[in-house]
Design a protein around this ligand. Structure first.
Ligand SMILES: [Zn+2]
Length: 416
């Protein structure tokens, strides 16, 4: 007999029941909302049913009943882009930027990403696992039940493996589910040994990561001064050949051609896309490559422009929202804030923002059949929000509305 849990009393249940694939265009506005007389039945860690209480009651004779006093019940957030393994915050960068310096100018003064790399290289794996474990709690407390996590602050063989092993260890421990991405190509070493580093990535690092089965995806920071389109293609193809599916940081600071490359390789996602042109969007749409938008970094860096969500959705590109959690440009784990920025600055509707932060994130991580909506057979990953209407989640911004988080059918967080 499997454990049954029946959840009743929510004012709204967002099931996101849908076509069984990633959502595009107008499909992103359909949340499949159930009213106050609905219930969710969980059995053996999976969703058994979501629908009218009258109908579900019959299936739930052995169930423990969890009676909510209102609130919105929805799928846990699937955050498809984070950099969560680092030692400490970058407070000097932050202070300097408030005095008016830009991202690159600050990096020249403080070392930028290299100060984070130094911290990670000096840290013991145990320390990094402890820190990642604390951050995993924060994600869960904000209603996020799955994240993608990138390496990329080691930037040599030993330290990139160290980061991915830490991600694996903390992910296996749970309850936050963590999907690992190898981002050894986050930045080339200073001093101009780019070609040697690309060779090291292809000949040593990718085989080692795959040999130990430490990552599912491979990612490259395709940008002026980082990795060119040509180098990115070489690295991603080497990853593909070794069994790592590609994702790509593309067109974030300038338009270089990363989006076209992502489409050409059939990448799982092209991320940021601030400077993507209409033709890039058509290419992504045709390839079925998702756009992962991370507007919290625009917010934090004080940018005056935002990722072109409207044009991407209208072009038929599946759009996801992610925190981009990292110490340099987006120290935020709360997807509710990301949704708010998406609605107020990028003119996404609240419905599109919910879809982008849940089911579309799941599909773009290759887990859409298992995660991201409240449909029978899927894993029971839920967030209960302290609001009567889901639109209040992005409306009342800057706070954590999450009252309870459920992962694999177990309550893993309750607000005290
Ligand atoms: Zn990133």
């Amino acid at each position: 007999m499997k454990n049954q849990l029946l959840i009743v009393g929510a004012s709204q249940i967002l099931t996101l029941q849908g076509p069984g694939r990633v959502r595009r265009g107008p499909e992103m506005r359909r949340l499949s909302i159930l009213g106050p007389n609905a219930a969710v039945l969980i059995e053996g860690g999976l969703i058994a049913a979501a629908g009218a209480y009258r109908q579900i009651r019959r299936m739930a004779r052995r169930a423990r009943v969890l009676e909510l006093q209102g609130g919105v019940l929805m799928p846990g957030f699937v955050d498809a882009h984070t950099h969560p393994v680092f030692a400490g915050p970058r407070l000097r960068d932050f202070s300097l930027r408030t005095s008016g310096l830009g991202y690159r100018a600050v990096s020249r003064r403080t070392g930028g990403i290299w100060s984070t790399v130094g911290g990670v290289r000096r840290a013991e794996p145990g320390q990094l696992a402890e820190l990642l474990g604390q951050r995993a709690r924060l994600f869960l407390e904000a209603g996020t039940t799955t994240i993608e996590a990138k390496s990329g602050y080691g930037l040599d063989l030993e330290n990139e493996l160290k980061i991915l092993e830490v991600i694996g260890r903390v992910g296996r421990r749970g309850p936050l589910e963590i999907i690992p991405t190898f981002l050894g190509a986050h930045a080339p070493p200073p001093g101009g040994h780019r070609q040697a580093y690309v060779r090291l990535l292809i000949e040593k690092m990718i085989p080692a990561v795959c040999g130990k089965k430490l990552a599912r995806f491979i990612d490259v920071f395709c940008e002026r001064g980082y990795f060119s389109v040509k180098e990115s293609e070489k690295i991603l193809r080497a990853g593909l050949a070794a069994g790592l599916a590609p994702r790509l940081h593309a067109e974030q600071l300038s338009r270089l051609g990363g989006a076209r490359l992502a489409a050409k390789l059939g990448a799982a996602s092209a991320d940021h896309l601030d400077h993507a042109a209409p033709g890039d969007m058509t290419a992504l749409s045709r390839a079925g490559t998702a756009a992962v938008l991370a507007p919290a970094s625009n917010y934090f860096l004080g940018a005056r422009s935002w990722p072109p969500a409207r044009a991407l959705i209208d072009a038929g590109v599946p759009v996801c929202l992610a925190s981009d959690f990292n110490p340099g440009s987006a120290p935020v784990w709360n997807m509710q804030f990301v949704m708010s920025v998406a609605c107020t600055q990028m003119r996404m509707s609240p419905e599109e923002a919910v879809t982008a932060a849940t089911v579309n994130g799941a599909y773009c991580l290759g887990e859409g059949r298992r995660l991201g909506s409240l449909e029978p057979g899927k894993q029971a990953d839920l967030a209960h929000m302290d609001v009567d209407d889901y639109r209040e989640i992005p409306y009342y911004f800057g706070v954590n509305h999450c009252r309870m988080t459920i992962k694999r059918g177990n309550i893993v967080y309750i607000k005290r």
